[in-house]
Structure formats: structure tokens, C-alpha cells
Design a protein around this ligand. Sequence first.
Ligand code: FE2
Length: 201
Amino acid sequence: MLVDAINNRRPHGATENTVFGPFHVVGAPEREMGEHISLDGKGESCLFEGRVIDLHGNAVAGARIDVWSDNSDGFYDVQQPGIQPKWNNRGIFTTGADGKYSFVGIKPVSYPIPHDGPVGKMLTELGRHPYRPAHMHFLVTAPGFQKVVTHTFVGDDLYITSDAVFGVKQTLVAPFERVNKGKTIWRSPFDFVLTPVGIDE
Ligand SMILES: [Fe+2]
């Protein structure tokens, strides 16, 4: 987190980075806007939507939004091969001229990072729990702009102030509003504000 904070300073108003984490997989399916990414039918359905914009609020076309989250049992598909469908809760979306994106996943849940090795031992010695507050991962790229590796967080999560990996930033806490529209229970709006290449804090 410290290295990430030092290396990815952004101007005021731009979307902040947070840790990449070990569970991203290259080559997720490219999907149409509005498509579902949850393939196991578990969890509370959630519409994620918003825009990719520049620092002046202009739409960014051709931005690739690579997303991934755990399932409602708190595991990524790659942790449960043969149990979860491949590419469960993953997908890549590309913005059009309006910069808008939307997809349907689940409201993520908090989960413990693997804590059966030295990291677990360290956490125990420090008196810390291994949980991460619920979050959706995003990797947003667009020509001419700095890559954004980030999450959005569920603000009322039990672990929001004690993330095991210190990844939470206040600006990344996103609304999760109850909508109860058909099968969709939640809506989480969030805009990604990209910084041009070559601009620092
Ligand atoms: Fe994660």
C-alpha cells in the first residue's frame, strides 16, 4: 500500500489507486454494457454504473474497465476451480462515446485474506484480523491516461476501518443503494476520473 501510495499520486478529484491484489486474471471475457458477470447465481444482485471521465468531466471513450470480485461465499473463482464457474464475477467492458459503463454483479462481501502462512502469523502477532472489507476491483485503462488500479468499497462493512491490507481510501467508498428492481437488489454508482499521462499530483 505504501509503495502504491508513493508511486500513484493523483491530482485532486482524480480517482485514487489502491492495491492490485493477487486475484486478477488476464483475459476475462469482453462483455456488452449491462451484462451480468455473476455466473453462479449466488449473492445479492447489484447494478454497477457510472462514467469514465477526464479531470474536466469530459467523457472518455474507448476506456477498458476490467472488473472482478469475490462471490457471496467470499472466494474468487480462481480460489475454487471446479466449484465456481470459470470467469465468475469477472468481465471487461469498453466505453463508447458517452463514457458510460454498466454491468450487473453482486454486492461483494468481506473475506479473509489467506492467513495460513507467515502473513497469518504476523497478523496474529500484531493482534489484527485477516479480513478485507467488501469491495469490487477495477482496472481502468484508456489511451493517453494513467492506468487506474482500484476498488470501490461497501461503506457500512464491519471491517471498513480495519482492512487487513490497509487498502481503504475515503474517496473509494461507493454508495450501495437498495433499488429492488426486478432481481436487482442494489445499485452502486461510481465515476472514474482519469489523469492524463505525464501529470503528477
Ligand atoms: Fe479483493
